[in-house]
Design a protein. Structure first.
Length: 298
């Protein structure tokens, strides 16, 4: 059933299936975990985007590789989907409750990412569907125990990325619109996660890695930065006064978190650079709006 992903020969094998089977905590089905092989030019790291996503340069042997496709555990029988660490440690009772609503989740996901199949090597569609299935699963889990707001923030941002990847491959399927929807959701969840962590409503320290991508953990600082960035890029622009107020709040949050204007060796270099750039953009938009308002008053 599970075939190795081979392009021309075994020397071009991209992934492998684990010898030790994973047991689904909900339905008891056993299945192998598909993982990326390392080395031999499979992953050629490219630039880090302003959204803290690591781009990878397509290689002549393997083409374009999408590590996020493999980051979520999915049972091929009941479609329980979670981050791998949660997949192997979730409370059995909660897992079984999720299993009961599996068909509902599958039907929802198929309307956006159809034809997914976890009895094969994962494709972009399978990766997108896995993240969406996980998003719907975390909606059903206790927020305090699983820090579901932060996890949903990461999932929706990754779904936006993968949807854009799908748009590049299939430009006539409206995946760019789907990406915009998930960006809006990511903006909401990141803002909520930072707010809840700040006021003690929902701690997110038990997550381990805040991502948002797989190659580096940018911690809570990264969450504060992404909250500001997502609002700047995807936040509403219809109500100017409300937007300017939010931009000013995000600018102050960046200044407090990163000590902008001062040297800091404690913060990750790329994150600090992106934060400075965003700080300048927020400042520029606020100044331009204030100047326009002054001209109107005259």
């Amino acid at each position: 059933m599970y075939k190795k992903h081979v392009i021309e020969s075994k020397t071009l094998q991209l992934t492998y299936f684990s010898k030790q089977k994973i047991t689904c905590p909900a339905c008891g089905a056993e299945f192998p975990r598909e993982e990326l092989l390392s080395g031999s030019g499979r992953l050629l790291a490219g630039e880090l985007t302003d959204e803290l996503r690591r781009n990878y340069i397509p290689s002549q042997k393997y083409g374009r590789v999408y590590p996020l496709v493999y980051s979520i555990g999915v049972c091929p029988q009941c479609f329980l989907a979670l981050f791998w660490n949660d997949f192997t440690s979730i409370d059995k009772t909660l897992a079984e409750q999720l299993c009961e609503s599996s068909q509902e989740r599958v039907d929802i996901v198929k309307t956006v990412f159809p034809y997914f199949d976890y009895a094969r090597n994962r494709t972009l569609i399978d990766g997108a569907a896995a993240n969406y299935l996980a998003l719907l699963c975390y909606e059903k889990l206790p927020a305090a125990k699983y820090s579901t707001t932060m996890r949903r923030a990461m999932l929706t941002l990754r779904l936006a990325w993968i949807s854009n990847d799908l748009h590049e491959v299939c430009p006539d399927r409206n995946y760019d619109y789907i990406a915009s929807v998930f960006y809006q959701k990511a903006m909401f969840f990141y803002n909520e996660a930072v707010r809840k962590e700040s006021n003690g409503e929902e701690r997110i320290g038990n997550i381990g890695s805040y991502g948002p991508d797989l190659d580096k953990n940018y911690g809570f600082d990264g969450c504060v930065y992404l909250t500001a960035l997502l609002y700047y890029k995807y936040g509403q622009k219809d109500h100017q006064e409300a937007r300017l107020k939010s931009l000013d709040e995000h600018k102050r949050a960046l200044a407090r978190m990163f000590g902008l204007g001062k040297s800091s060796k404690a913060k990750p270099g790329p994150l600090l650079e992106h934060s400075r750039d965003l700080y300048d953009k927020l400042t520029a938009e606020l100044k331009a709006a204030n100047a326009l308002n002054e001209d109107d008053d005259e």
